[in-house]
Ligand binder design. Structure first.
Ligand SMILES: Nc1ncnc2c1ncn2[C@@H]1O[C@H](COP(=O)(O)OP(=O)(O)OP(=O)(O)O)[C@@H](O)[C@H]1O
Length: 233
């Protein structure tokens, strides 16, 4: 069943006289429970797609249907509710609250959500049960990203959006994080969207959307997505 539909989505930025089309008529459909990779070079429009899908920005024109509702027409209050309840976000640089422990970071996210999962259980699921009382500064980059994933998942969102989640990590740690994201998708039947410039990562996806100059230039389904262990870059 389709969960997300982008219909002729345009996002323009006005810089003085010039108009920059960050997204220039983007169309795609994402099914519930899919692991989707949106790939493209720097400036292709990936972050713009993710920000609009996450309710952090709105298109200039077009429709963005999520679970049947056009979020492009939401007002501020509706967008706040949407971000709170339906979206989990994982960023390249983790964005943890540095003066809260790993567990407290996860708990904080669950406090604003309607149907959260148990923070301790999720920390255990990401392999950090022994580090629950550590502060982010006491954790490695890979461990901090695990906390960030736990925080996003614990909200029990409809959609997990990931912005270059391995961008700040070394090769092996990055692969472990991709593996964890894939498991989250499979275990929780969560729809996961990852944006990256790394085309190799596309091989692990159920569906790939390629962007160039603000347009979709290719969109395909991997009938047999590769296990993360078989991906190399
Ligand atoms: N707030 C803004 N104001 C003006 N132009 C913007 C703004 N945000 C994005 N753009 C422009 O829109 C285009 C697409 O940007 P976007 O950040 O979506 O690309 P990207 O594929 O995510 O790139 P990267 O991989 O470098 O993050 C770029 O040309 C960018 O300069």
């Amino acid at each position: 069943m389709s969960l997300i539909t982008f219909k002729n989505v345009v996002k323009e930025y006005h810089m003085g006289e010039a108009v920059i089309k960050a997204n220039d008529g983007v169309d795609f459909v994402i099914d519930e429970g899919q692991f989707v990779v949106i790939v493209g070079a720097s400036g292709a429009g990936k972050t713009t797609v993710l920000n609009m899908l996450g309710g952090m920005d709105q298109p200039t024109r077009g429709k963005i249907l999520v679970d049947g509702e056009n979020i492009a027409a939401f007002n501020e209050n509706q967008l706040t509710e949407y971000r709170r309840n339906d979206i989990g976000f994982v960023f390249q640089f983790y964005n943890l609250v540095m003066n809260l422990t790993a567990l407290e970071n996860v708990e904080l996210a669950t406090q604003i959500s309607q149907k959260p999962l148990n923070p301790q259980d999720i920390l255990e699921r990401v392999g950090l049960e022994d580090r629950a009382n550590n502060f982010p500064s006491q954790l490695s980059g890979g461990e901090q990203q695990r906390v960030a994933i736990a925080r996003a998942i614990a909200k029990n969102p409809k959609l997990l959006l990931c912005d270059e989640p391995t961008g700040a990590l070394d090769y092996q740690t990055g692969k472990a994080i991709l593996q964890l994201l894939r498991e989250m998708c499979d275990d929780y039947h969560m729809t996961v969207v990852v944006i990256t410039h790394n085309l190799e990562i596309a091989k692990m996806a159920d569906q790939v959307i390629r962007l160039k100059n603000g347009k979709v230039i290719d969109q395909y389904v991997n009938k047999i997505p590769l296990p993360v262990s078989q991906i190399e870059w």
